[in-house]
Design a protein around this ligand. Structure first.
Ligand SMILES: [Mg+2]
Length: 175
């Protein structure tokens, strides 16, 4: 069995924890949260923390924000993942490449995955490539967004299963 994990809001508590901390740091640096939130809405599709901070002239707090990344891991899920062999684990994450890779690197979980793929558009190609590579095995793709599943070709890849992650216990599926 192979597993594909999403990063933000699956392995990493991005919305509930990381972003809140980011706004707190900006507030401490003199940028009111409502101003930062408004600007975030404009750039969220191409979000890069460096560019975001540069917009406010606050590049110097980048490391302060990023150094906290390990604190925002989904530790319950990671305890289960540690029992899965690395060659069975993939990560496919959406976002600006440099920022996503730096976030992942800072969490220290890189060694748990055989491949980490950062994509900008649809996850279809990357997910289906993993399915094609492991045709004889079940591939379970776990993401917190249902729209990430919408364009997948389940007819062509009958070995593909999806789980919409909402914080439920995944232990029964992961072995
Ligand atoms: Mg996500």
């Amino acid at each position: 069995m192979k597993y594909i994990f999403d990063f933000d809001d699956v392995l990493f508590n991005n919305t509930e924890q990381f972003k809140k901390y980011m706004y707190e740091c900006l507030e401490d640096a003199g940028v009111p949260s409502h101003v930062a939130v408004e600007y975030y809405k404009k750039v969220r599709h191409e979000f890069s923390l460096r560019n975001f901070l540069t917009h406010f002239g606050k590049e110097h707090i980048y490391e302060k924000i990023m150094s906290k990344c390990p604190d925002f891991l989904n530790t319950e899920l990671l305890e289960i993942i540690k029992k899965i062999r690395k060659e069975n684990c993939y990560m496919i994450t959406h976002g600006e490449k440099e920022y996503q890779l730096d976030k992942i690197k800072k969490t220290g979980i890189t060694p748990l995955f055989s491949e980490i793929i950062v994509i900008q558009g649809s996850k279809k190609e990357a997910v289906e490539r993993v399915c094609a590579k492991h045709k004889g095995e079940e591939v379970i793709f776990i993401d917190d967004r249902a729209d990430r599943f919408a364009d997948l070709d389940f007819k062509k890849f009958p070995n593909l299963k999806t789980i919409l992650y909402t914080g439920q216990n995944l232990e029964p599926y992961l072995q």
